[in-house]
Unconditional design. Sequence first.
Length: 461
Amino acid sequence: MTNESKLWGGRFSEKTAASVEAFTASIHYDSRLYRQDIAGSLAHAKMLVRQGLITAEEGEQIRNGLIEIRQEIEEGKFVFRPELEDIHMNIEKALVDRIGPAGARLHTARSRNDQINLDLRLYLREETDRLLDLLARVQHSFVMLAKRYLGAIMPGYTHLQRAQPVLVSHHMLAYYEMFGRDRERLRDCAKRINVLPLGAAALAGTGLPIDREFVAEELGFPAVSANSMDTVGDRDFAVEFVAVCTLIQLHLSRLSEELVLWSSTEFGFVELADSFCTGSSIMPQKKNPDIPELIRGKSGRVVGNLMSLITMLKGLPLTYNRDLQEDKEPVFDTLDTVSRGLAIIAELLAHMKFKTARLEDATQSGYMTATDLADYLVLKNVPFRQAHAIVGQTVAYCIKKNKELIELTLHELRQFSEAIDEDVFSVLTVRGSVDSRRSIGGTSILTVRQALEKAEKELEI
């Protein structure tokens, strides 16, 4: 191919080196933007006709040609040519070859700089909606588990040490809240994605009489970018999107870590369905939690993608620089990784079972009602710091005697504080501890029921 046949080749006298064509091509990954690229071109062409920059006949030719090209791509008949570099030039060259001079008018009043910005925004806008749906599915899984195991008690942990008893439902709704914040962040991120960049052209706007507001309305953008130089050099929206996805992935990883622990023999809290586990090639007895492990492992690549984007942008002068071509692979890989993780974890959770007997048994050791004894003393007018010391001494006694708090007699308890009376035993039970946590956000059955009702309303279950 001579440079004269490239769409930008008029200024060049030498053929582009094959190594340069291979190094600069992006069509092998940005071909996934074909629908967005064609949608933007259809709206742009309609605006050019409306503004008298091309004729209605030319606009119709362009429209029909683009629709045919889109159909060919969807049917797998379109041949992408690496020497044409990217999705824009592949489609435009095919259009020119198909309809002739009218196709060459399509690029009037735009640049690949604002065109790719548009394509990526359109793509992320769609994918944001898909991610929101996936997050809602994961939240729904937690709500269903919370309803199914309402009343079941398990140990709550700090420092991975048994700390206080909590409802299983309370633990599940903790993840509901976590992924709910992810949905909020995505919605907020979408506001900055949903801004029309087309019309900024290469960097300075255009001297031709275009109508950006019309294009924005055609493509469903509520806002138009305010500064052409900022527009073509802007990838903040992509960084923000990947940053939000990184938090989602980290939340998936935290959940996965608990599932790996809980499904181990040492914990034995949950049973993962056989269909979501794998075996060992040498140890016949093994049942491995590969899905959570892989999700946890894939967190590294998502964090790495965020670092790639940040590093790419950190030294770029305004406006467009070819470095920005490196934005798409981290975005695409992040989106693919996170969306697949969300989809499969929702399935896994739907088939997971808690071993309630084992959970309750695990709450019977570890002095997990120690805080309740301190609270009891506070209600008996003992200052909290003094109550804390008293309970600490009581626990030390229990360790020495190899007893749990609930196993102590009243006589044994009163040797540490005369404020302790017969009514203490009701607060030393695991169930009593859970039921006492009635403050907003607590683990009592009352507050958890209220949280469940709120979650079901939010998800419209």
